[in-house]
Write a protein that binds this ligand. Structure first.
Ligand code: 7TS
Length: 409
């Protein structure tokens, strides 16, 4: 993988921030976009823009072809059986809310169980809290080990024949933990439960095969994988989606409407009420082309190397705590704190040196409480980052520590 050639394709990276060359280490929040994605969206607006699924005019069919063509790219990317299993959403949050609002409310009753973990992003936690409150179901947690991982044994102990839904993050946005979702799906299925996977942090960084995982639902966001904001996907097994009711009603999703009754279009459109995010779908299709050209295996290996190097350099800074498992078992991000320096101060000082990291609770407040912190700093890596970026981060952290050390002392 030629990182310099890849960097050339990302216009945003070639600028100075606060008089330093930009080092972007916040891709877990949102990734940057290659020129091919920006150009595909520009071309769509400049030459093909129209509404989809209605016009008989040429632009209408071009827009429909672009929108549906991107769906086929997504199907192939995930190795789903059918494009009917690919529902466009606004992102992971909307995708998970759809499952919680439609599927969970239909299948859960008093005393049934929904199983998640304490490492979930709020997007894979609050929708289940709400569904549990609405149905009388019980929300149960697979406990975390000391290093933030979960074990299959604990999953087996937590999932029972009252469990209707298991919903787990594939890769944690805080701990970098990669969860054994395929094995947990097998346990869920043994008890007749469905397996939902939050793939927001895995899909951009590793090969995902929904048939191999045998998950029932899988959610992800375009903007974390070189695509635009405002577009994401819910994959669902056709037999489940067919039984589910839409949660949004209106144009685009109907078959026949009468004064008191209406019927829905077939999959996937019954879940896509209203004029969809057409340019977003086009951009996501271009992002998938880009990722496949580089190769997901190469991307994963590159990030693993960077994260391992960052782990080594950051562990060498006295007073630094790194959260989550060791470098061998983690994805491409490092969440950490420096003793006696608030993570917001760390991020602010780093910004003065042109380095963008995230600080805060990372939309995982229960996990912050488990870690016994109110916030952390996080550096996350992607296809365009280099070892030099890691060096800049580590050097800047040394300086931050000295700066605050002197200030406190
Ligand atoms: N699930 C996980 C694991 C995530 O990391 C995120 C976003 C979401 C769900 C929600 O995705 P959205 O596209 O619907 O917002 N995570 C982060 C983050 O770590 N920093 O900013 C956003």
């Amino acid at each position: 993988m030629n990182v310099n050639a890849i960097r050339e394709q990302f216009p945003i990276l070639h600028q100075h921030i606060n008089e330093h060359p930009l080092v972007y280490l916040d891709s877990a929040a949102s990734s940057q976009k290659p020129r091919s994605v920006i150009d595909a969206m520009k071309k769509y607006y400049e030459s093909d823009n129209a509404n989809v699924h209605r016009g008989v005019h040429t632009l209408g069919s071009r827009a429909t072809d672009a929108y549906e063509g991107a769906r086929e790219k997504i199907r192939a990317f995930l190795n789903a059986k059918s494009v009917q299993e690919i529902i466009y959403t606004r992102g992971t949050t909307t995708a998970l809310n759809l499952v919680a609002a439609s599927y969970a409310r239909a299948v859960c009753g008093e005393g049934d169980e929904i199983v998640i973990t304490p490492m979930e992003h709020h997007s894979n936690l609050i929708p289940w809290q709400q569904a549990a409150k609405a149905t009388g179901a019980v929300l149960k947690y697979i406990p975390l080990q000391a290093d933030g991982t979960i074990t299959l044994e604990d999953a087996q102990r937590t999932i029972t024949d009252r469990t209707k839904i298991v919903s787990i993050v594939h890769v944690s946005n805080v701990l970098g933990v990669i969860n054994p979702v395929k094995e947990i799906a097998a346990v869920a299925h043994r008890y007749g439960a469905v397996m939902v996977v939050d793939g927001a942090q895995s899909t951009p960084h590793m090969k995902v095969d929904v048939q191999d995982l045998d998950c029932d639902f899988f959610a992800f966001s375009g903007h974390k994988m070189c695509g635009p904001t405002g577009i994401g996907v819910l994959y669902g097994k056709k037999e489940l989606l067919e039984k589910m009711e839409p949660i949004e009603f209106g144009g685009e999703m109907i078959d026949f409407v009468d004064l008191y009754e209406s019927t829905w279009k077939e999959l996937p459109w019954k879940f896509e009420g209203g004029t969809p995010i057409i340019a977003g779908a086009v951009g996501l299709g271009a992002a998938i082309d880009f990722l496949q050209e580089v190769g997901l295996d190469a991307i994963e290996a590159h990030e693993h190397k960077l994260a391992s190097y960052a782990y080594e350099r950051l562990s060498a800074i006295a007073g630094t705590t790194i959260y989550g498992p060791g470098p061998r078992e983690r994805a491409g991000l490092i969440t950490f704190n420096i003793e006696d320096v608030h993570p917001h101060d760390v991020a602010t000082v780093l910004d003065t040196k042109g380095i963008a990291i995230r600080a805060g609770h990372h939309c995982a407040q229960p996990l912050m409480r488990w870690l016994n912190v109110s916030a952390t700093a996080r550096a996350s890596f992607y296809v365009y980052n280099t070892e030099e970026d890691v060096d800049r981060l580590a050097d800047a952290l040394h300086q931050t520590k000295e700066f605050f050390g002197h200030a406190i002392g």
